[in-house]
Design a protein around this ligand. Sequence first.
Ligand code: NAD
Length: 499
Amino acid sequence: MTTTSNLTVSSPNIKYTDDYIFSQYEYQETLVDTVDNKLVAKPYSTSLSIRTDRRVGKVGVMLVGWGGNNGSTFTAAVIANREKLTWNTKDGEMDSNWYGSITQASTVRLGIDERGMDVYVAMSQLLPMVDPNDLVIDGWDISPMNLADAMVRAKVIDYDLQQKLRKKMQTMKPRPAIYDPDFIAANQADRALNLIRGTRHEQYLQIRADIKDFRDKNNLDKVIVLWTANTERFCEVTPGVHDTAENLQKALQQNVSEVSPSTIFAMAAVDEGQCKAHGSLIPECLKPVSIVSYNHLGNNDGKNLSAPKQFRSKEITKSNVVDDMVEANRLLYSEGEKPDHVVVIKYVPYVGDSKRAMDEYTSKILLHGTNTIAVHNTCEDSLLATPLILDLLLLAELFTRVSFRRDESEEWSPMHAVLSSLAYLLKAPLVPAGAPVVNALFKQRANIENLLRACLSLPPLHHLQLEHKVPFLMKELRSGAMFESPPKKQKLSHQNGDH
Ligand SMILES: NC(=O)c1ccc[n+]([C@@H]2O[C@H](COP(=O)([O-])OP(=O)(O)OC[C@H]3O[C@@H](n4cnc5c(N)ncnc54)[C@H](O)[C@@H]3O)[C@@H](O)[C@H]2O)c1
């Protein structure tokens, strides 16, 4: 199965074959040295070949925590969209959509038309991506409830739509999962009835067998395993246990208790050759000095987070989001200085899946004045999270088909296994060891758009709009000359000052 986009790039730097899109790309950076306390900036440029495999194949998704609010809502949304279901509510007839998904419901600026106006395309049109309608879904849960009952338990989907989905979802039953009461909250014990027994190594082997079984039964080319189970407590990262693949394997064999269920799922997914996806809006030149976030929610996620150790994990992931903003601006923050950042999460069963978040940002402004922004956000949490799950799956799958090399003598190199480009969709993004964590939303979004553009040999979006600002370029646009000139072959041109 191959999805093709209806976009063609016309350029000597791009070649389409039946199986691949080859892009010649000039990667440019600015290298900065500090010499005698002075900054010296030097442009850097390197020519890359980027290859995108156009064969999407048949893709399966295995959710860990399938029977939860996110898992059941994701499954309901895929089926509802696939079958173009409509349903009645007191506000009239509703239809299915993917609002909230960047791949399905957002556009990327492609370029300008002959009048100099922006032209946008759906992100999913840029490169061949899995069509959500083609996803095959399976998963694990410590609760044995079938997906139809899990959807009722979640109280997220409208009643009339539940009725239309019931038959299909009733036959979907989560596979037994790994439960360790030391890692998720003790208050989850009453639903832990669907379990893989045995040692950690035996559990690992069972998860691998599950992935293989799912792949074989459905003739899948690829399986993506995604964690959407409850937040685990932080694991003690111990040298000799968690630091290398060999040590982790050894620890698994020896049934070491600090190997968490999520680690076992991750190891099984990696060893089975599959892809695993785990899972701030601050004005840049004000100086945030205090960020306080009160949240309350009443779904099972809230119940799990009401336990101190699991809350601590969430608190850390939420708190880290301002670190790079602070790091990036030494004009505002001196070494070691940070805004106060406090996160409170309370469990209030009555509000169910409708999470309340009250965030207060206090900043210092000119001459030590104060600016306070208070945001009150009420949102149906799982309906916000579900499109992100879809985007994580589709983009992770796409990035497995993209590879790089510098010249023809080199092997094609895949992207690093830790796909930090997915940061836009995650609260505490993981990056390869030593790489900077980027939490700034604009940078994260630009990263995805520009990476997809690079695969098509299109330059990064710069928002300069010089054709609306520089008179001779304005003239060139208006006369039509801009559209007549043929695209140039990607090659370093003459040195500056040559002519
Ligand atoms: N916006 C967001 O980023 C966002 C929004 C909502 C939830 N979340 C996060 O997503 C996760 C899931 O949220 P939810 O609302 O679906 O919670 P949920 O409690 O409804 O679902 C989690 C499911 O995981 C199952 N589970 C727990 N441990 C397991 C294990 N070891 N193996 C297999 N299954 C296991 C539970 O039985 C449950 O069905 C949570 O970590 C939550 O914090 C994120």
